[in-house]
Design a protein around this ligand. Structure first.
Ligand SMILES: Cc1ncc(COP(=O)(O)O)c(C=O)c1O
Length: 450
């Protein structure tokens, strides 16, 4: 057993973490299996957040581990440029088969951030290839999260992630307003929020102000998460994504769904696109595609986009590259072998269906166990994820959720603070007893923080 004093913590600068306080009370995992971590001091902690939405199938899944080991001994790595490997083709074929509509062409990368930037670059390159290079405006949404690259940050809408980067953000970007109605949609359990008769339509501003301001003919793409994940699991009202699709179609604007969180079963379906019955032009993925075990991300593009890019080069010489973009590790054979094994495991164990079923168990438990507790001002659950929203402490935004998160951790449950929310999104293998424990510990922590 390692005491944390045994680690030299001076050299690792932790991401999205208050480093100074972490070192005073570190949270260090040394092993994981199924639903649980083991900490450096030998405690068991339930993974209530699928390790940041990644570990849908639970930890330490042998079929994935075995596939990785086998791949390492077969083809460890091969360059991705001007050559390829068999695993990348197999993984791409599986992803295309899972994706809705004509989303059939996969560009691999290594993370959700790279997927965001890749999709924005595809949008620009595609329009240019069709002779519409003037389409260079991107539209994101307030509180959207698309990773930490300059493209994803620019279309993202979480202020803390943007505020230090000023003029370095992309210039021609606008943001739609946020989707949440805190009055009418504070408590949502397992259904799509319904916009009330007479309520102001969220997308009118896009149609009547944002698009006319830039002129729709200049807009390259609109990018949204089907459900706003990082902001704290905020749900779009019924019909919102369909209308967004129609608006994009009317103006020749590409629609990008960032499904880094909603992809691969979180909603009980292959993708959020399937849950909402809306097919985007590009679909970004990462995280669960390999059960989080090895970094892999990508963008699934429509045939129309791919064909457009290829046709633009119909008379180019054979050696002409159609899209100057890619990463050294695009389609890494070990990551793709992990993806193939993960997608097979999801299917074999019917884990997406299970996520849908356990989602209702989670939603019911959160609503019955947390509603009415001090400072709770909302609970939203859909798919296998839920968030409880807390009133802010004056002058200390985010402190209440952070304190609750720390308390839960000390009680053996990992949840996620997101601004004033605590988010719960366990692996799809979760059992009711885990859910009950997570909700009970969370309820105690909420009471204590009052
Ligand atoms: C919707 C969305 N897009 C992009 C990202 C960034 O992914 P990564 O951290 O792998 O770069 C995330 C990460 O949480 C995400 O939720």
């Amino acid at each position: 057993m390692a005491a944390y004093q045994d680690f030299n913590m001076e050299h690792h600068w932790l991401p999205f973490t208050p480093n100074r306080s972490f070192k005073k009370d570190p949270r260090i995992f040394v092993a994981a299996d199924g639903m649980h971590f083991t900490t450096h001091d030998g405690r068991q902690v339930i993974d209530g957040i699928s390790s940041l939405w990644c570990v849908g199938a639970g930890h330490n899944r042998k079929p994935i581990n075995e596939a990785i080991k086998k791949q390492l001994d077969t083809l460890d790595y091969a360059t991705a440029f001007q050559a390829c490997n068999d695993q990348a083709f197999k993984a791409a074929e599986m992803l295309a088969a899972m994706a809705p509509g004509d989303l059939n062409k996969v560009l691999f990368c290594n993370s959700g951030s790279e997927a965001a930037d890749t999709s924005l670059k595809v949008a620009l390159a595609y329009h240019r290839a069709r002779g519409e290079g003037h389409r260079n405006v991107f539209i994101g949404r307030e509180k959207g999260y698309h990773g930490v690259g300059f493209g994803g940050m620019s279309v993202g809408g979480i202020p803390a992630n943007r505020k230090a980067y000023g003029a370095a953000l992309l210039p021609r970007v606008d943001h739609m307003r946020f989707i949440h109605d805190p009055v009418n949609h504070a408590y949502i359990n397992g259904v799509e929020p319904v916009w009330k008769e007479g309520q102001e339509d969220l997308l009118l501003e896009l149609e009547n102000r944002i698009l006319p301001l830039h002129d729709p003919s200049n807009v390259a793409a609109i990018i949204v998460e089907p459900v706003a994940g990082s902001a704290g699991w905020y749900l779009p009202p019924r019909g919102y994504l369909k209308r967004l699709r129609e608006i994009c179609d009317r103006h020749g604007i590409l629609l990008i769904f960032d499904e880094v969180i909603t992809g691969f079963g979180r909603m009980g379906t292959n993708f959020g696109a399937d849950y909402y019955g809306v097919v985007p032009d590009m679909l970004n993925f990462a995280k669960c595609v390999t059960n989080g075990v090895i970094p892999l991300g990508g963008v699934i593009c429509s045939d129309r986009i791919y064909d457009g890019m290829m046709n633009a080069h119909a008379s180019s010489p054979d050696h002409a590259i159609e899209f100057f973009h890619g990463y050294t590790y695009s389609g890494h054979p070990v990551a793709c072998a992990a993806a193939i094994a993960t997608l097979n495991l999801f299917k074999q164990d019917k884990l997406f269906e299970r996520a849908g079923q356990m989602g209702q168990v989670l939603g019911d438990a959160m609503h019955s166990g947390l509603k009415g507790l001090p400072n709770v001002i909302g609970i939203r659950s859909l798919g296998l994820a839920g968030a409880v929203e807390l009133s802010s402490i004056a002058g200390a935004p985010g402190k209440r959720a952070y304190d609750i998160f720390m308390d839960c951790f000390h009680q053996g449950v990992l949840v996620r603070p997101a601004a004033e929310n605590i988010v719960v999104c366990p692996p799809y293998i979760v059992e009711k007893e885990h859910i009950d424990r997570i909700v009970n510990v969370l309820a105690d922590a909420i009471r204590k923080s009052a």
